[in-house]
Design a protein around this ligand. Structure first.
Ligand SMILES: [Zn+2]
Length: 256
């Protein structure tokens, strides 16, 4: 007797497929391998160094990555999981401008898989993941905040909570529309404030991971991290992708 379709486990009818090439996936124990096949994974442009310095602080000493235990540093450590190129660039552009929210699942889960070991090594025990806030107007137009979506999947992969502790206190111009670094710096200075109902006490002596999609000059990230650090928090900055030098600034869409 043939069983009705509903009696079959859903996995048999809709076996999990690679998000990029649609190949049927084998059962994997690692969370991120539920969305991507090993072949596609091996072709992604991972950032070989994993960390980056903020381009905005090109002339300043980088944060100390060799510390055996976490210690507060004036400049937050910056992790960039991917290079902004190839399929990663497409996924981010789709997420940001093409309404493809589901792209955040693959990106966020890969960010978690890559960062898990690093957080342990740094003895960093975050109280939660803070998404980079989006301006009210841009949020309304887009319908969602792409950093929040990334933060959701990233935090889920690590068993952490998402804490939207900050908001934009004023509208800012798109960083990519500003030509000079000085303009970009001015644009985001004092642009962040604790979210309604949150006091600065909520930041004190706690550790957070600040999540954004793409990094260009890094001023937005620095301003946001600075707001948390000013209240005594330890901050690690994490972006999905960052570019590599001149090419990025000339052709990157960047955005916020
Ligand atoms: Zn694939």
């Amino acid at each position: 007797m043939i069983k009705s379709a509903s009696a079959f486990p859903e996995q048999l009818l809709f076996p999990p497929c690679c998000y990029l090439c649609s190949a049927i996936l084998r059962r994997e124990t690692e969370d991120h391998l539920r969305y991507i096949c090993r072949r596609c994974l091996s072709l992604l442009p991972f950032n070989p160094a994993l960390t980056r310095t903020f381009p905005a602080l090109a002339n300043e000493p980088p944060a100390d990555m060799t510390l055996p235990h976490w210690r507060r540093t004036p400049v937050p450590i910056l992790f960039s999981v991917f290079l902004y190129e190839g399929v990663i660039r497409e996924l981010i552009l789709g997420l940001k401008f093409g309404g493809r929210r589901e792209n955040a699942r693959l990106l966020g889960s890969l960010m978690a898989a890559v960062l898990a070991g690093e957080l342990k090594r740094l003895n960093f025990r975050p109280a939660g993941v803070v998404p980079m806030p989006l301006g009210y107007k841009r949020h309304r137009r887009r319908g969602y905040n792409q950093s929040e979506l990334l933060a959701d999947f990233f935090a889920a992969g690590l068993g952490l909570e998402v804490l939207p502790l900050l908001v934009r206190s004023r509208e800012t111009a798109r960083q990519s529309e500003l030509k000079t670094l000085a303009e970009r710096k001015r644009n985001v200075q004092d642009a962040f404030a604790p979210a309604p109902g949150i006091t600065e006490q909520a930041f004190r002596d706690r550790q957070f991971i600040l999540v954004d999609d793409v990094l260009t000059s890094g001023y937005t990230m620095l301003a946001c991290a600075g707001r948390l650090q000013a209240a005594g928090a330890d901050v690690i900055s994490l972006v999905a992708a960052s570019g590599t030098g001149k090419h990025f600034h000339a052709h990157g869409h960047s955005g916020d």
